[in-house]
Design a protein around this ligand. Structure first.
Ligand SMILES: Cc1cc2nc3c(=O)[nH]c(=O)nc-3n(C[C@H](O)[C@H](O)[C@H](O)COP(=O)(O)OP(=O)(O)OC[C@H]3O[C@@H](n4cnc5c(N)ncnc54)[C@H](O)[C@@H]3O)c2cc1C
Length: 349
C-alpha cells in the first residue's frame, strides 16, 4: 500500500510491466500521458498511442512507478484541490495572444520562467493539428510560441520529460500538461527514486491545463478526413459551454461540428479521471466561460504564486477578479467530473 503524502500524492507504489498491462492496457485505461515511455525498452509512443511491444516479467519495473492510471483510484480532496488564489488573466502581448488558445497565460508563464532562469527547459506539446501531437523540449520564447494552442488529442508528452530527466546535468525543468500528465510528473517530483541518472527533483514547475477529456488521435483524424473532404485544418477550439461545438479552422473558413459527435472519440481512460483542473500543478490554467481571450488561473503553490506575481509585475499579463458565480460554476463542473470518475472506478472493479 502506497504512502499518501502532501496533496494526496501516492509516493510509493511498485509493479512491473505485467501489472501495468493487467491494470491499465488490457482494461483500455491508458491515458496516453507518456509516463512509461522511455522508462522501458518495450514501450513506445506512436501515432497518438502508447504501445506495449512485448511483455516482461519483472515484478518491479520502472514503467509502473508513475502511471497515473495504475494503483491509486482517485484523490480525496475537494474538486479544485489546494488553491491559494483564483483569478482571471491574459497576456498583454499581441504576438502571444495571436498564437495562444485563449489568453496566452500558459505561454507567457513558460517563456518568463525560461527567460528568468527559473527553469532551463520546458516540456510542451506540439504538432500540426492534423498530425499526432507529441512532447517537445523547448528553451526559447519562439519555441514556446511554436507550441502554443491546444491539440485536443492525447499526446504522450511525459515521454519528453523522461528523456530530459535521463540526460546527465542538473538543469531545472518545467512541464505543461493535462491533469494525467501533471499527476505523473508530480508523482515523479515527490518520489525518492534512486534510479540514476533519472533525477526528478529537477522538475521545478508544473503548469496544469483544465481538461474535461482528451480525444483519441486516430479516431479524430479519421473523422476529420471524412468530414473536411481533404481541406487542411490549422487550428481547433472547443469553446466553453453553452457552445457545445468542436470548431475546426481551415483555409476555407471555420467549420463547427456538434460536440455530441466528437465526444465518443474521447479516450476511454478519461471516464476514470476525477481531476478537471490539474490539482497537482503549481498553477492551473483554463478558459473563462463567457469571456473570450481570457484564462482562469488557479494558483496552488508558492512557486506558482511567485511566477504569476512576476508576470504581473513585469506587465506581461493583465489580471482581474473571477466573479464568484463563475467560481461556483467551475467548482460544480470539477465536482461533476470527480464524481463521474470515482463512479467509473466503482463500476469496473
Ligand atoms: C485535451 C485538452 C482538453 C482541454 N479541456 C479544457 C476544458 O474542459 N476546460 C477548459 O477551461 N480548458 C480546457 N483545456 C485548456 C485550454 O484549451 C487551454 O490550453 C488553456 O486555457 C490555456 O490557454 P492559454 O491561452 O494560456 O494557452 P497557450 O498559451 O496557447 O498554451 C497552451 C499550452 O497547451 C499545451 N498543449 C497543447 N495541446 C496539449 C495536449 N494535447 N496535451 C498537453 N498539453 C497541450 C501546449 O504545449 C501549450 O504550452 C483543454 C486543453 C486540452 C489540450
Amino acid at each position: 500500500m502506497g504512502k499518501v503524502g502532501k496533496q494526496g500524492e501516492k509516493t510509493k507504489k511498485s509493479g512491473g510491466l505485467t501489472r501495468l498491462a493487467a491494470e491499465v492496457f488490457d482494461k483500455d485505461r491508458c491515458s496516453v500521458c507518456g509516463a512509461c515511455v522511455g522508462r522501458c525498452p518495450y514501450i513506445v509512443y506512436s501515432e497518438g498511442r502508447v504501445i506495449l511491444q512485448d511483455r516482461c516479467t519483472l515484478d518491479e519495473g520502472r514503467c509502473y512507478d508513475f502511471c497515473p492510471m495504475a494503483g491509486a483510484k482517485g484523490n480525496f480532496e475537494g474538486p479544485l484541490g489546494t488553491v491559494k488564489q483564483v483569478l482571471i488573466a491574459r497576456s498583454t502581448r499581441s504576438d502571444v495572444r495571436k498564437k495562444a488558445q485563449y489568453g496566452g497565460v500558459v505561454s507567457t508563464l513558460v517563456a518568463l520562467a525560461l527567460r528568468e532562469g527559473l527553469v532551463k527547459e520546458a516540456i510542451l506539446t506540439s504538432g500540426h493539428p492534423e498530425d499526432p501531437p507529441y512532447g517537445v523540449r523547448v528553451r526559447t520564447k519562439a519555441a514556446v510560441l511554436d507550441s502554443a494552442g491546444s491539440r485536443f488529442a492525447a499526446a504522450g508528452t511525459v515521454a519528453a520529460l523522461n528523456e530530459a530527466l535521463a540526460e546527465p546535468g542538473s538543469f531545472p525543468l518545467a512541464l505543461v500538461g493535462l491533469p494525467c500528465q501533471v499527476k505523473a510528473a508530480a508523482a515523479m517530483r515527490a518520489s525518492k527514486t534512486r534510479d540514476v541518472p533519472f533525477r526528478p527533483k529537477r522538475i521545478k514547475l508544473l503548469i496544469g491545463l483544465f481538461c474535461t477529456w482528451a480525444l483519441e488521435y486516430r479516431s479524430l483524424s479519421r473523422y476529420l478526413r471524412y468530414m473536411l473532404f481533404g481541406e487542411r485544418a490549422f487550428h481547433y477550439d472547443i469553446p466553453p459551454p453553452p457552445a457545445s461545438v468542436f470548431k475546426v479552422f481551415t483555409g476555407d473558413g471555420i467549420k463547427a461540428f456538434p460536440l455530441d459527435e466528437i465526444e465518443p472519440m474521447r479516450l476511454n481512460a478519461c471516464r476514470f479521471c476525477d481531476d478537471m483542473t490539474s490539482t497537482r500543478a503549481d498553477v492551473s490554467v483554463g478558459s473563462v466561460e463567457g469571456l473570450d481571450g481570457w484564462n482562469t488561473v488557479l494558483i496552488r503553490t508558492a512557486e506558482g504564486n511567485r511566477l504569476v506575481e512576476m508576470a504581473a509585475e513585469k506587465k506581461l499579463i493583465k489580471i482581474d477578479r473571477l466573479p464568484q458565480s463563475d467560481l461556483e460554476h467551475l467548482k460544480e463542473a470539477a465536482d461533476l467530473k470527480k464524481q463521474r470518475g470515482l463512479s467509473a472506478w466503482e463500476e469496473k472493479d
